[in-house]
Design a protein around this ligand. Sequence first.
Ligand code: P6P
Length: 301
Amino acid sequence: MIIMTTLKEYLDSTGCEEPLKDLIELIAKQADPIRKAFITNQSYVDTENIYGETQIALDKWSDAHLLKVLERSNLVKAAASEEQPDIVKFPNAKTDYTVTLDPLDGSSLVQVNLAVGTIIGIYDNGKIMQEGENLRAAMYLLYGPMTILTLTVKEGVHIFALNDEKEYVLMEKNVRIPEGKLYASGALKKDWTAKHREVIDHLEKEGYKLRYSGSFVADVHQYLKYGGVFSYPAFKGHKNGKLRLLFEANPLGFIVTEAGGRISDGRRDILTIMPEKIDHRVPIYIGSKGIIRRIEEMFKD
Ligand code: P6P
């Protein structure tokens, strides 16, 4: 009989304070309602779903749902969401936790049944605009063939799967990212910078294999398991690339770094960057430490 550790049992084995455990479990529980909305809210605004209900875009629905849950919990002082123009404050909060959220990263892929996810960063000092290295915890829910939760509270990276009883059970503990040979690059090839093209040429010469889905959180999960480097680079007309520092790079970079990997903009650790604005974008190279260091060397030349 394999004794599967539940999320609650794992959290009780950590040094986490009670309110943080409650917050993590509360967010993890939202996988079910969000997944259920995939049918009822497909992804276009002002259309009708199969039940004749007016649909709102799935990412907006997920955003509203998560913010409502966080507000009612009184466990969160403020939240910043990729779907919100400004920080949302919750004056009745009883804690100093703040949350960054990408409610449904890759949401356009729901209609082609590919994996999408919810990306969460948790700080415990009442602030939002700060470096990713200050995170107290980071997690993502990945809605694929399984619903999984990848979590770090700075005591390693652990992966849980939602079972038929809607309970998260530990599937993999102390995940370490290998020096694998997958690679991905966003942006149109014709718009790549010369330096990025040099990086991609190097990876291809070294026999790296292309794996790119259009969902950052799903791709990062694959790189966490198999190793390599996912990139969404600076590109023509977009020196800061496409992906967001607060909502995508920091939480996923924090998890990958805790698993022994690295996240860089080509020159420095992204987790040390002070956000200039809520939708601060950064060029991203995330994955195995060895190849990311090699890429940083190439940027130095
Ligand atoms: P492109 C999804 O819209 C997203 O923000 C990330 O999840 C994903 O990696 C990227 O954008 C995909 O961008 O330009 O390939 O559509």
